[in-house]
Write a protein that binds this ligand. Structure first.
Ligand SMILES: NC(=O)c1ccc[n+]([C@@H]2O[C@H](COP(=O)([O-])OP(=O)(O)OC[C@H]3O[C@@H](n4cnc5c(N)ncnc54)[C@H](OP(=O)(O)O)[C@@H]3O)[C@@H](O)[C@H]2O)c1
Length: 264
């Protein structure tokens, strides 16, 4: 899949205006999940953005310009649960097809054979355009590639200065699929990381901008920071343009405190 360097994470967003504003300022990838309980909110914001309600920049926006991604929770992964759950997500989002549907975690009712085969049937039916996976380890990824007969369309995984697994990026490069970095701001905690703060000061910018620039400079990473205000939305979108030096990138790579926010 071709994904822009920065998309919008929507976990916790309960106001459609934030989504519509994101589209108006240039976001083209919206990430939600059934478990966030806000697919209808995201759908409402998408509809407003497509109608041009949120501002001039979104006026010429077409549905196909926006990648709408959601995720099946671990109790929606049995073979007979996948299709109805995907249909319900699409209905809540108000879309005919889901551009990207992830397995949220390889847990619960997840079974590589039956879950992924059921998802593949939805691609044949046209309800789903791309099948992605999230929170997979290398062995899970290899198994998924075996079953699908192709790489996942994307792997969404936690990636920020306090949580960085280069092996997952190596795997993605080797097999040719994008990595979607979730919680790229460590849920707002990147400003507690001294190295990130120092790099930000050197560039006269924020630790959040540095965290996004660090993640998106890595091939093949796209980041999905969550933001609510227009100021944060704009700042995060333009952060991918910030260029860090090799030594700054290496310093952040080497940050010692590894902290997974969403271990299970
Ligand atoms: N696949 C998974 O299992 C999984 C797990 C977790 C998250 N995700 C996805 O990843 C997305 C992002 O992760 P996240 O929501 O955990 O956190 P995050 O994006 O790392 O951080 C969001 C926090 O940072 C603040 N923020 C955003 N931009 C800022 C800026 N420019 N300056 C200062 N503060 C800023 C936000 O505040 P405001 O809202 O006030 O702007 C919010 O409190 C989620 O929304 C979700 O879509 C996926």
């Amino acid at each position: 899949m071709e994904l822009p360097p920065v998309g919008l994470g929507t976990m916790g967003i309960d106001d459609p205006d934030a989504v519509a504003t994101a589209l108006a300022v240039g976001y083209r990838h919206l990430d939600t999940a059934r478990i966030y309980d806000n697919e209808a909110v995201v759908g409402e914001g998408l509809a407003a953005g497509l109608a041009g309600d949120a501002g001039a920049a979104a006026e010429d926006l077409d549905r196909e310009d926006v990648t709408v991604a959601t995720k099946l929770w671990i109790d929606d992964l049995a073979a007979d649960a996948v299709a109805p759950a995907a249909r319900e997500s699409a209905d809540r989002l108000g879309v005919d097809a889901l551009d990207l549907l992830y397995v949220h975690r390889p847990r619960g009712d997840y079974d590589p054979e039956t879950t992924l085969s059921a998802l593949d049937r939805l691609v044949d039916d046209g309800l789903v355009r791309n099948v992605g996976v999230s929170n997979f380890e290398i062995a899970d990824l290899d198994r998924a590639i075996d079953v699908l007969g192709r790489p996942p369309a994307a792997h969404q995984t936690e990636l920020h200065p306090l949580c960085y697994t280069p092996e997952l990026l190596d795997h993605a490069r080797e097999h040719g699929y994008p990595v979607v970095a979730y919680s790229p701001l460590a849920g707002g905690r990147v400003r507690e990381v001294d190295t990130v703060v120092e790099v930000a000061a050197a560039h006269g910018t924020t630790p959040e901008a540095v965290a996004i620039a660090w993640a998106t400079a890595k091939d093949p990473v796209t980041a999905i920071p969550k933001a609510s205000s227009e100021a944060h939305l704009r700042a995060n979108l333009s952060a991918a343009e910030l260029e860090l030096t090799d030594s700054e990138v290496a310093a952040i790579d080497a940050v010692e405190r590894e902290e997974e926010l969403f271990p299970e």
